[in-house]
Design a protein around this ligand. Structure first.
Ligand SMILES: Nc1ncnc2c1ncn2[C@@H]1O[C@H](COP(=O)(O)OP(=O)(O)OP(=O)(O)O)[C@@H](O)[C@H]1O
Length: 293
């Protein structure tokens, strides 16, 4: 099962974000990192067929994005789940299933199962407007799963959550991936989104880390590698808790040091007065499993 973006181009307001972009979603759980404006939401939106690329193709096992089977197979949780006043958690999830083309009865049954998978069964009858932020994040995942998704796309799902709730969310995601035929792509600007990255559980939790940057050549991610390889990019002696942020800074630093500033990157960089990521120069170990360009 493979979700592939081939030669995709997309511009916002005439400024290219992706150009001739190729991406194949890896197995398991992939963390998509990068600073604000790097194009993470754009990539997710295209993969979710919420955005139509200006050029190129998107397909899951040969089924084109936008087709009925593609939409059923790909679940998407956009940045920030808005509760629907008046609907219970189960009604909300069932409603999303119905929007995805399920019959009402099936959507209702599937909503119960989806809530169980994200550990929200006890809140099934609660109004969505009453759910705490962590409950909403889990609810968003349930809406992504209700229609039997094989790919789950999550945009900043844990923004603003306390550490404990991020840990619960991370454990739920890992369980979902380990249960079987599900790939997850989680986009965030914050490498501490999944607490495991800052502990020794990184390799068991995150399968792949992919990095986009504003300054990259838009045809491929700046970096893609295992969690272990990614963390090894942090300068030697970095405390484990700081390793995710330091590794990201190093990867971004090595990309920006390569002198391949894109049109978009140059524009964005000058807009922000951005002189580079925290002054960290990228070097790090050359992991065999990762690619940094
Ligand atoms: N609807 C839009 N109209 C105009 N420009 C947009 C639009 N959406 C995104 N952009 C611009 O495209 C670039 C990529 O945005 P995108 O949201 O994909 O990045 P991101 O990595 O997800 O950033 P963030 O974490 O801030 O959401 C940014 O410079 C952004 O300002």
């Amino acid at each position: 099962m493979t979700l592939v973006l081939s030669a995709c181009g997309h511009a916002h307001g005439g400024v290219p974000v992706l150009r001739d972009f190729h991406y194949e979603l890896p197995d398991g759980l992939t963390l998509l990192l990068g600073p604000e404006g790097a194009g993470k939401s754009t990539l997710l939106g295209i993969a979710a067929s919420e955005l139509t690329p200006d050029s190129g193709t998107v397909a899951l096992d040969g089924e084109p994005a936008g087709s009925h089977s593609y939409r059923r197979a790909v679940g998407w949780m956009p940045d920030g789940v808005m509760p629907m006043t008046g609907l219970t958690a189960r009604e909300f999830v069932a409603y999303v299933g119905w929007l995805k083309g399920m019959r009402r009865g099936k959507a209702w049954q599937a909503a119960g199962r989806a809530l169980e998978r994200v550990r929200l069964t006890e809140y099934a009858g609660s109004r969505t407007s009453r759910l705490a932020p962590d409950g909403l994040a889990l609810l968003g995942s349930a809406t992504g799963l209700v229609h039997g998704a094989r790919v789950l796309l999550l945009d900043e799902p844990t923004a603003g959550l306390h550490l404990h709730h991020r840990e619960v969310f991370q454990d739920v995601l890992r369980e979902l991936v380990d249960e079987g035929d599900l790939r997850v792509l989680l986009a965030t600007a914050d490498p501490a989104t999944l607490p495991a990255l800052a502990t020794d559980g990184a390799a068991d939790t995150v399968d792949t880390v992919t990095v986009l940057d504003t300054d990259q050549d838009e045809s491929a991610p700046l970096y893609s590698g295992t969690a272990e390889d990614f963390l090894s990019r942090a300068p030697e002696g970095t405390a484990r808790g700081r390793a995710p942020a330091a590794a990201l800074a190093a990867v971004l630093g090595s990309g920006r040091g390569s002198g391949r500033d894109s049109e978009r990157g140059s524009e964005r960089g000058s807009e922000r007065g951005d002189a580079g990521p925290d002054g960290v120069q990228g070097s790090g170990a050359d992991g065999a499993e990762g690619t940094a360009r």
